[in-house]
Design a protein around this ligand. Structure first.
Ligand SMILES: [Zn+2]
Length: 117
């Protein structure tokens, strides 16, 4: 893969990272271990009515689901960016073969080639 191509994927990864981190930041917070956990969302602090509390809990559950879906995506992106730094970007994690460029176009954070999905 050419350095220009890698720079292109890096740009895409950094942009997606910003988006995913923004989404995660609006729904939760990073704990001390760097894991994302759901926060109470946009609902006002200090809710005391039972139905308000129920809403908050519901919101938090929804956030937790979203975070569970987004956090692994962020990890894929971060790992891909690390590989770019290490100069090993674009190699299949199973076979070490180059990942198809079309596959990386569709998902620059792909870990494996199409043979090892
Ligand atoms: Zn492979």
């Amino acid at each position: 893969m050419t350095p220009e191509k890698i720079a292109d994927f890096k740009k895409k990864l950094e942009e997606e990272k910003k988006v995913v981190e923004g989404q995660l930041g609006s729904m939760g917070a990073k704990d001390g271990a760097g894991e994302w956990t759901a926060g109470p969302g946009a609902i006002d602090e200090g809710a005391t009515e039972p139905d308000e509390l129920a809403d908050r809990m519901e919101q938090q559950e929804e956030n937790a689901d979203e975070i569970a879906a987004l956090a692994p995506r962020l990890k894929d992106i971060n790992d891909a960016l690390e590989k770019i730094e290490e100069g090993i970007y674009g190699a299949c994690e199973v076979s070490g073969e180059p990942i198809e460029e079309e596959r990386l176009e569709a998902n620059p954070a792909a870990r494996t080639c199409t043979k090892h999905l």
